[in-house]
Design a protein around this ligand. Structure first.
Ligand code: SF4
Length: 147
């Protein structure tokens, strides 16, 4: 049985980004040939593609996911989708996430204050939940693989 790897779907070449584009990673097929690949994108199934951009916004000391222009708090919706994914994929050997995303970013996502000013860099919502859930998996992003 091949080891399982979860990969942000936009790195695999899926056109699932908010702007309808992809972020296909050069050489990804070579990297993944030894694995059973499980694509992951929590945003596209619930918000559609293309969609309004979302941000991580610190609100009363808590990270919330808020739409960029309409200012709607979609944390619960996005969390629900990520939790459904975790329930159907309880185990993975390795995970590669897309940097800077409000869902997938691993330490690289802009964290905004309520006036949309960047106050820090941190994890997106899925990265936070993955770190809690996949405690034994190797989790990285495409930037760390490029070095
Ligand atoms: S970064 Fe994550 S949520 Fe955003 S398009 Fe890629 S897979 Fe989907």
């Amino acid at each position: 049985m091949k080891p399982k790897i979860i990969v942000s779907a936009c790195l695999l070449g899926e056109y699932c980004r908010y702007d309808g584009k992809t972020k296909r990673m050069e050489g990804i097929e070579e990297l993944l040939k030894e694995y059973e690949v499980i694509p992951f994108c929590p945003e596209a199934p619930i918000f559609g593609t293309p969609r309004e951009r979302i941000n991580v916004v610190m609100t009363n000391g808590e990270k919330r996911i808020v739409t960029d222009e309409t200012n709607i708090d979609v944390t619960k919706k996005l969390k629900g989708e990520i939790e459904r994914f975790l329930a159907s994929h309880p185990n993975a050997d390795r995970i590669i996430l897309k940097s800077k995303s409000p869902s997938c970013g691993l330490g690289t996502t802009p964290i905004l204050d309520e006036n949309k000013k960047v106050i820090a860099k941190g994890n997106g919502l899925a990265a936070d939940l993955f770190l809690q859930h996949y405690k034994k998996s190797e989790i990285s992003d495409e930037l760390s693989l490029a070095h």
